[in-house]
Design a protein around this ligand. Structure first.
Ligand code: 4AD
Ligand code: MG
Length: 432
C-alpha cells in the first residue's frame, strides 16, 4: 500500500520518491505541461505533469479544476522558483473527487465570501487563522491545568442575567419565556468554588448586542475562571499569566501562520517578556486627556474609540482597574476606600484592539448585591441560588472572562473579529 505523507513532511525529506494527497489550490498549463499547486493541511507545493508521461490520461489532467482532490506520487526536489521552494515531478496520480467550477476566485466581495463561508474555510488565510485558533484553545487549557484549576461547566440555558438584561437571547423553552442563552458562566461558577476552589471553562457565550462593530459577535467562545480566597490582584495576575502563555505558545508554534497574515511575531514578544501596564480608570482618563487629547467625563465607560487611542500608546496589554460602579456589573466588589468605584478590571489589547478580558473581585456583602440587583430592576427570587453563595461560608473570590475571538483578532492583527471563527454569528448573519 502506498504510504502518503504530508506535503510538509515531503518537503522536509526534500528529495526522492514521495506520495502526497490534497486539493488543487491553483492550476495552469500548456499543451505539454500542467502545473498544479497542491494543498493539504500542512502546506502547498508545486506539482508538474509532463504530457509525454501521461499521453492517454492527458485529457483528465488537462481538465483538473481547482479544488479537485487528488493523490500523487513523484520525485520531489528543491526548486528556488517554486512558491514553497520545492517541486514534485508527478509519475503517478489518482483523481479522488472531481470539482465543479469553484465559486471562489480572486477579489470577491466580503459578502460573497461570507455566503460561501463553508468553501472559504479552505483559503490559506482561514487555514492560518484556524491553526492559530487551535493553538490558543490548547494554550488556555494547558495554562489553567498547570495552575491547578479544574475544568467545570455551567449550563447554557439560564434563567438569570449577569452582564445586563438588554442583550440577552431569549429562548422559547417549552412555552416558558424567561429562559436565556448564557452570557457568561459566572453565576453558575461562583457556587462551585465552594467545592473545587479553582475552576475554568471554555464555552460559547451569547450576546444579543445590537452593535455592528468589528469586535462583536452574537456567539463567541468565552474562557472564564473563578477562584476562591483570591484577592483582586491575584486574579489579575492570572489574567496576565494566561495571556503571556497564550502568546508564547502561538509564537512558538505558529510563526509561519503569523507571518502569512502579516503579523511579525516580534511585535508580540513584549507581551511575553514585559510586565503589562496597570492603571486605574482615573489614570486612564488623565492619559487620554494628556496624550490623546480626548476628554472622558468621569463616570462614563470607556468607548471603543477611547480604548483604541489609549492602547495605541503601548505594545503590551493595558489593565484598567477601579471603574465607576455605575458602568460595571452588580457583582463587583465596592472599593472599601471609595464607594464610587469597584474592584473590576478590563484588559485592553495593545495597538488599538481594546477589551479582551473583563474581570472582578466579587462583592461579599449580600445586602449590597441585593440593592444593586433591585436597582437594575431584577427579580430577587430568581437570584436566590446565587445569593446562597454569600450565606453559607462565603469567602473572598474573584474571576474573569476572556473573549477568545478578541484575543485571536489581536494576535493575527485582523481588522474584524469575523475571521477568527469558522462560522461567525453577528446581528446580520446566522447562515450558513
Ligand atoms: O466583560 P464581560 O461582559 O465579562 C463577563 O461576562 C464576566 N461575567 C466574566 C467573568 O468574570 N467570568 O465579557 C468578558 C469578555 C470581554 O472582555 C470580551 O473579551 C468578550 O468577553 N466579549 C465578547 N467577545 C465577542 N463578542 C462579544 N459580543 C463579546 N462580549 C464580550
Ligand atoms: Mg466587559
Amino acid at each position: 500500500m502506498t504510504q502518503y505523507i504530508s506535503i510538509q513532511k515531503a518537503m522536509d525529506k526534500g528529495s526522492g520518491k514521495v506520495s502526497i494527497r490534497g486539493w488543487v489550490h491553483r492550476e495552469r498549463g500548456s499543451n505539454k505541461l500542467k502545473f498544479i499547486t497542491l494543498r493539504d493541511s500542512s502546506n502547498v507545493i508545486q506539482c508538474i505533469f509532463e504530457r509525454q508521461n501521461f499521453e492517454k490520461l492527458w485529457g483528465d489532467i488537462d481538465h483538473l479544476q481547482v479544488e479537485s482532490s487528488i493523490m500523487l506520487t513523484g520525485e520531489i526536489k528543491k526548486e528556488k522558483r517554486a512558491p514553497t521552494g520545492y517541486e514534485l515531478h508527478v509519475t503517478d496520480f489518482q483523481i479522488v473527487g472531481k470539482s465543479d467550477k469553484f465559486p471562489i476566485s480572486k477579489d470577491q466581495s466580503v459578502e460573497f465570501l461570507a455566503d460561501n463561508r463553508h468553501l472559504w474555510l479552505r483559503s490559506l488565510k482561514m487555514i492560518a487563522i484556524l491553526k492559530i485558533r487551535s493553538t490558543v484553545f490548547g494554550a488556555i487549557d494547558e495554562y489553567f491545568k498547570k495552575e491547578g484549576f479544574y475544568e467545570y461547566h455551567s449550563p447554557i440555558f439560564q434563567a438569570v442575567q449577569c452582564e445586563g438584561g438588554a442583550d440577552l437571547f431569549s429562548v422559547d423553552y417549552f412555552g416558558k419565556k424567561d429562559v436565556f442563552l448564557g452570557q457568561t458562566w459566572q453565576l453558575y461558577a461562583e457556587p462551585a468554588i465552594f467545592g473545587l476552589e479553582k475552576i475554568y471553562t471554555i464555552s460559547p457565550s451569547f450576546r444579543a448586542e445590537k452593535s455592528k462593530t468589528s469586535r462583536h459577535l452574537t456567539e463567541y467562545w468565552h474562557a472564564e475562571m473563578e477562584i476562591a480566597w483570591a484577592t483582586f490582584d491575584e486574579m489579575i495576575n492570572y489574567g496576565e499569566g494566561l495571556l503571556k502563555h497564550i502568546i508564547k505558545k502561538v509564537v512558538e508554534s505558529n510563526t509561519k501562520e503569523l507571518e502569512s497574515l502579516g503579523r511579525d511575531p516580534k511585535e508580540l514578544e513584549p507581551t511575553i517578556k514585559k510586565p503589562f501596564i496597570r492603571m486605574t480608570y482615573d489614570d486612564a482618563l488623565k492619559i487620554l486627556k494628556d496624550k490623546c487629547k480626548m476628554t472622558v467625563q468621569w463616570g462614563k465607560d470607556l468607548r471603543t474609540v477611547e480604548e483604541e487611542k489609549l492602547t495605541k500608546l503601548y505594545n503590551v496589554p493595558v489593565i484598567v482597574t477601579h471603574y465607576p460602579k455605575e458602568v460595571k456589573a452588580f457583582y463587583m466588589t465596592e472599593d472599601p476606600d471609595n464607594s464610587k468605584v469597584v474592584w473590576g478590571c478590563d484588559f485592553l489589547a495593545p495597538e488599538g484592539h481594546g477589551e479582551i478580558i473583563g474581570g472582578s473581585h466579587r462583592e461579599p456583602d449580600i445586602d449590597k448585591i441585593k440593592k444593586r440587583l433591585r436597582d437594575d430592576g431584577e427579580k430577587l427570587e430568581e437570584y436566590e441560588f446565587y445569593l446562597d453563595t454569600r450565606k453559607y461560608g462565603s469567602v473572598p473570590h474573584a474571576g474573569f472572562g476572556l473573549g477568545v475571538e478578541r484575543v485571536i483578532k489581536w494576535i493575527c492583527k485582523l481588522d474584524n473579529i469575523k475571521d477568527t471563527i469558522p462560522f461567525p454569528r453577528t446581528m446580520e448573519r446566522y447562515k450558513p
